[in-house]
Design a protein around this ligand. Structure first.
Ligand SMILES: Nc1ncnc2c1ncn2[C@@H]1O[C@H](COP(=O)(O)OP(=O)(O)OP(=O)(O)O)[C@@H](O)[C@H]1O
Length: 240
């Protein structure tokens, strides 16, 4: 579903690459965490998948297409297959919950009848049944994030990218958001989530891809935030 072949991203030629020779594959239907310190390259990884940035070298394949070489007129079609959720929700403050979610369908030309059916259904999936008439400021942070998730998945994308979706939420609310993401994943959507949240990662036991300075230093199934496998002491070479 998502494949990185030797991907390097350089923003600034004087600095180290934001991503450095990353190769990995995330299968359809998987749930993967991207973990690592601030600046390790997590957001860059997500931005390359949705073609918000282009790789400097290497290939980024999404559903079999190399998105790095996709002409710009094809980017909207790529994005239609990818839902995105951010730490800061990014709702339209003057629109109701219903209208925020409906907007994602209007922009791709869905009919009113389809929108009328799909929005309440997706609000139910994220646990916001009956709250379509509320304004964003009348919701808690956790509820606002649920609206953002509903908006991201209402067009049934194959992939959901989440960049620190629990970063502004308390631990109990964060767990609620994780059950929503888990449910969406169980319905077949591939989920890739960047996070610093140790407790969340430890409670989910999903695949963990760990980045340090733009390099993948660990890629482990059903893993914890911190690896249980003892690190091998460097025996010389570049770190000596
Ligand atoms: N638009 C940009 N221009 C220049 N450098 C950038 C840009 N975006 C990111 N970088 C640099 O690339 C590196 C990786 O950043 P990135 O945002 O991918 O990290 P991150 O792991 O998502 O961090 P955080 O957890 O703080 O969001 C950092 O050194 C950052 O300063």
């Amino acid at each position: 579903m998502i494949r990185f072949d030797n991907v390097t991203k350089v923003y600034d030629r004087k600095a180290r690459p934001a991503l450095d020779s990353v190769s990995l594959e995330i299968e359809r239907g998987e749930f993967a965490f991207l973990v690592g310190a601030s600046g390790s390259g997590k957001s860059t990884f997500l931005r390359l998948v949705m073609r918000e940035e282009r790789a400097t070298s290497g290939a980024v394949l999404v559903a079999g297409q190399n998105v790095a070489s996709l002409p710009s007129w094809r980017v909207p079609r790529l994005r239609r297959g990818i839902g995105v959720v951010f730490q800061d929700f990014r709702l339209l403050p003057q629109k109701t919950v219903f209208a925020n979610v409906a907007f994602a369908m209007q922009v791709i030309g869905r009919s009113r009848a389809i929108i009328r059916d799909a929005v309440p259904e997706v609000l139910k999936t994220v646990g916001l049944e009956g709250k379509g008439h509320r304004m964003p400021h009348e919701l808690s942070g956790g509820e606002q994030q649920r609206v953002a998730i509903a908006r991201a998945v209402v067009n049934r994308p194959g992939i959901l990218l989440a960049d620190e979706p629990t970063g502004n939420l308390d631990p109990a609310t964060s767990q609620g958001i994780m059950s929503v993401l888990d449910r969406i994943n169980q319905n077949g959507t591939t989920v890739v989530m960047a996070t610093h949240d140790t407790d969340i990662v430890n409670s989910m036991r999903k695949r963990v891809i760990e980045l340090v300075d733009g390099r993948v230093i660990r890629d482990e199934a059903k893993a914890l935030y911190t690896s249980m496998i003892p690190a091998v002491a460097p025996t010389g070479g570049e770190r000596a």
